[in-house]
Design a protein around this ligand. Structure first.
Ligand SMILES: Nc1ncnc2c1ncn2[C@@H]1O[C@H](COP(=O)(O)OP(=O)(O)OP(=O)(O)O)[C@@H](O)[C@H]1O
Ligand SMILES: [Mg+2]
Length: 274
């Protein structure tokens, strides 16, 4: 029997007294699309750190394709197929877009010479960034920085792609373009786990949704089912939404609909580095 692509097995992580991952277990298979929602400070980005190797857990095990990688660092896990974007893009500002992506292909995927150039060009093509290839990264606006972040992750040739709020701060048409890009990456067989406050972007792509709050999974299943779960509504949409629901200021129809971006509390603003 083939092992799942990713397994978290009773993973726990604390920062001092704050538990940001409490006995978390989950399985993701090749080609899966999983969305993660949850309030600010829920532990979503930290969960990515535990998967990518940026954070070491205090307990439990992380496995990739059946192999225990709990003690393997981020560079090692990247070579095994874990690509990630960061919530706040930090490209090499004085390098061109192409050079940024080339570094990812060479250092992340371990590709050399022609193969690395081909991977970098393909990643730019896939993310719609070919036209900006020769621009210095510091000249990019927010949308293009997000795309470059995605291109860098794609250039590492991931089998598992972790996206951390790549749609935050974008306009509706920009979100729609991003959704198409992520669908394209997934169509090539890459599993995607996507943290996002822009729920309509997630529901356009993922077949499974997890809600994380206080380092625990509050809901896990089909997106519509998870979003309709009262416990998820309470922690994710907040007591204000729940009170409005109880007071009847939202119609039953509106309450039955999955929340839209307008319902969702704003994310931490994306910063653009100077
Ligand atoms: N390196 C760290 N040291 C100490 N505490 C940390 C560290 N990283 C994160 N935290 C804390 O852990 C908690 C979870 O943070 P995390 O960034 O994972 O949340 P998040 O769900 O991604 O939030 P957001 O939606 O705002 O991005 C927060 O209380 C945060 O302040
Ligand atoms: Mg985060």
């Amino acid at each position: 029997m083939t092992s799942p692509l990713l397994e978290l097995d009773h993973v726990t992580k604390r920062f001092g007294r704050v538990v940001i991952a409490e006995d978390l277990s989950m399985t993701v298979n090749s080609g899966d699309t999983v969305g993660i929602v949850g309030p600010n400070g829920a532990g979503k980005t930290s969960l990515f750190g535990l998967i990518s190797g940026d954070l070491a857990p205090d307990g439990g095990e992380v496995r990739l394709a059946g192999r225990a990688v709990t003690r393997l660092d981020a560079a090692g896990r990247c070579r095994l197929g874990v690509g990630r974007t960061y919530q706040v893009p930090r490209p090499f500002a004085d390098m061109t877009v192409f050079e940024n992506v080339l570094v990812a292909a060479q250092q992340g995927a371990g590709l050399r010479r022609r193969a690395s150039y081909v991977a970098a060009a393909e990643a730019l093509d896939m993310t719609g960034m070919s036209g900006q290839a020769n621009l210095a990264a510091e000249r990019l606006g927010l949308l293009q920085r997000k795309r470059l972040e995605l291109a860098r992750a794609v250039a590492t040739k991931p089998t598992l792609l972790l996206l951390d709020e790549v749609a935050g701060g974008l306009t509706d048409p920009e979100v729609a373009q991003l959704v198409e890009i992520v669908r394209g990456v997934n169509a090539e067989g890459t599993a995607v786990i996507w943290i996002e406050h822009v729920v309509r972007a997630l529901t356009a792509v993922v077949s499974r949704l997890i809600c994380l709050a206080g380092g625990k999974f509050v809901g896990d299943g089909m997106p519509a089912t998870v979003l309709a779960n009262p416990a998820v509504r309470e922690v994710f949409l907040g007591s204000e939404f729940t009170a409005a629901l109880a007071g009847g200021s939202l119609t039953a129809d509106a309450a039955a609909e999955p929340p839209t971006a307008a319902d969702v509390p704003p994310s931490t603003p994306d910063r653009i580095e100077p």
